[in-house]
Design a protein around this ligand. Structure first.
Ligand code: ASP
Length: 306
């Protein structure tokens, strides 16, 4: 019987691992565990980039993105641009289980949430409103970037996602990814997090992977799918994450820009974990060592100059 394992992004991932681990240890499916972990962070008002108390967009609204995926049948669901609903990972699961669709956005996703009995509430907290007000976008003249090289240089504290990957006692993988995205994003902007293959990908025949960081750069390389396909080709979870970061770096060089803050994490059916990030991302991830929850620093991969 495989030993259950959980891995989650950032120091607040410790909240997720603590909530998810008992679920898989009780013999429940990995997807249940991943969503329980994600939800614990969505409920934590002191985590400023996920769920309740998340980072507001440019007009001061908290708009959430999430997706979930299970590795046995590749069942998945996603929601994006959802306001006033805090448990968006759970909502993504309802899309997966109760609709013929995979992805609902904006007002449609919110209407579906109401139909499914999710409460509508304000996701702003006094802290999130103050943070938005202090750093609200103010127009300033900018030199346009050369065509094709426009790039987001996000403030290090102005984004983050909780991505939770779990392995259950049956040897099956599940994942959930939930975020408020980039602070001050344009209304309607969607990052990698709710996109299957970008922010999350889970396949029992290869492994599970998730991402965090500047979503535009993660989408560009199909990040999580890339990591999973690397594992399918025989790379360890660690090697797979490092190769994905190398791809981000190489693309930045091609585009003549500095690599954005991007990080990947991975888990395979043997319970092996991996994590890597671009330089200056300072990515930490939480995982379990038996019963203990540990916080680890991911390996940084710099641009190769050859
Ligand atoms: N990937 C998220 C997004 O682009 C943000 C993050 O994880 O830092 O929306």
């Amino acid at each position: 019987m495989p030993t259950p394992a959980v891995i989650a992004t950032w120091p607040f991932g410790q909240i997720a691992v603590r909530a998810a681990l008992p679920v898989v240890q009780k013999g429940r499916p990995a997807l249940d565990a991943a969503i329980a972990g994600a939800q614990a962070v969505e409920d934590d008002g002191t985590t400023h980039s996920v769920g309740f108390g998340g980072l507001a967009n440019s007009i001061g609204n908290v708009s959430l993105d999430a997706c979930v995926m299970e590795g046995r049948t590749l069942g998945c669901g996603a929601v994006a641009g959802v306001e006033n609903v805090r448990h968006v990972a759970s909502l993504a699961r309802r899309v997966m289980e109760r609709t013929p669709h995979l992805f609902l956005v904006g007002e449609g996703a919110r209407l579906f949430a109401v139909q499914q009995g999710f409460p509508l509430e304000s996701l702003n907290t006094p802290e999130s409103v103050t943070a938005w007000y202090k750093r609200r976008p103010r127009p300033k003249p900018e030199r346009p970037a050369p065509r094709g090289t426009a790039q987001l240089r996000a403030h290090p504290l102005s984004h983050d996602t909780v991505t939770v990957l779990a392995l259950d006692q049956k040897g099956s993988l599940g994942g959930a990814c939930t975020t408020s995205g980039l602070a001050h994003k344009l209304p309607g902007r969607v990052g990698d997090s709710p996109i299957i293959g970008a922010g999350l990908y889970v396949d029992d025949t290869a492994g599970a992977a998730g991402a965090t960081g500047v979503g535009e750069e993660i989408i560009r390389i199909g990040g999580s799918f890339f990591v999973v396909e690397q594992m399918r080709a025989g790379r360890t979870p660690q090697e797979a994450c490092e190769n994905a970061v190398r791809r981000v770096n190489a693309l930045a060089v091609r585009r003549g820009v500095h690599p954005a803050q991007v990080a990947f994490l991975a888990l395979d059916v043997k319970g092996r974990v991996g994590a890597a990030c671009t330089t200056d991302t300072n990515f930490q991830y939480a995982t379990n060592k038996g019963e203990k929850v540990e916080l680890n620093k991911a390996r940084e991969i710099g641009v190769e100059t050859r």
